[in-house]
Ligand binder design. Sequence first.
Ligand code: PMP
Length: 402
Amino acid sequence: ASVFSDIEMGPPIEVFKMVAEFNADPHPEKVNLSVGAYRGNDGKPWVLPVVRTVEAQMASDQTLNHEYLPVAGLPDFRTGACKMILGEEDPAIVQNRVAGVQALGGTGALKVAADFLRQNMKYEYVYVSTPTWENHKSLFTKAGFKVKEHRYWNAKTCSVDLEGMLEDLRTAPPKSVVILHAVAHNPTGTDPTQEQWKQIADVCEEKKLFVLMDCAYQGYTSGDLDKDAWSCRYFSQRGFEFFIAQSFSKNFGLYNERVGNLCVVCKDSDSKSKVLSQMELNVRVVWSNPSNHGARIVATVLNNPPLYAEWRESIKTMANRILFMREQLHQKLKAIGCPGNWDHIVQQQGMFSYTGLNEHQSEQMVKRFHIYMLKSGRISMAGLNSQNLDYVAKAINTVVTE
Ligand code: PMP
């Protein structure tokens, strides 16, 4: 018998299972609305022109080599990333009390945060929204946290159940962390308003909740990096000590390069140095040193004004195409008389739409129409394009009318 004979088969990871099934599906009209990855109107992945430019420069730059990066990563990348989310004028940036730790994607940044909060700070509980990105729960459970959920989504009104959320957070035991989606909440596409953020911050302050912002979609909501950074900047201006897990997967289209940053905001620069030193020791035993390629691309763009401007235009292109798809899908559903109110399609923001299709209907979309989406009813708007919109709208109409 194998030494592994007691090991059970793990459950599939829904989103990647969908991608594999989509790839294997020979159906000519198949549509992939499952994974959160940008596609152009031609349905293909888009390598941003600015990324190609920098990669070409890097390929011929004889001064570059493959030596290890520092444990905490490329300094220009970390500084650039923290400034990008907090803004150059942020008091914590100006007073030199922010540190960045380069990580393997946004997921890696969450891992650095979870390990530090559990091991070094002895936090015990983590609050996540119902629903949330499914990886939050597993990542924090494996890091030794007990996961608690707070209300977030009001399915009747298709909006944030702020009262429920605040009520749940007010019952948080001491030593609790709360993960807040900085912008473009995954999967609901629905963020708190600025007024609601203030109330959330009040409760975090009152209950001494440690705030971990998860920022995987900066730029995707408004097409503007600064506007999408509002919640993070607000928490910093209020004087919170908190973390921001930043992902560059979506806004740079660097999914497989695994580029992320944990932005650590402290009250003073002495705490900042101490926290950073402990995080380096934690990172040392997980991946020891981060990878170079993607972080160097990002650092080059963030530190070069013309390239930065070009990148910001590409973000607008991506965000606008998604907005256009929202409008088009909304119009088509109304035009064919699909029962129900579909205004949430245009009200929701970021990459995803939480359609309101139930589990059975979502499964029908996959099985009968070869339109791949999550059983929660979440679709990636980036998977829609002018060739498949009609087909998707008709399929939605069929599954909701039957
Ligand atoms: N947080 C959320 C809410 C996400 O949606 C994602 C990406 N799906 C991440 C974090 C992690 O992104 P990355 O691929 O950079 O690890």
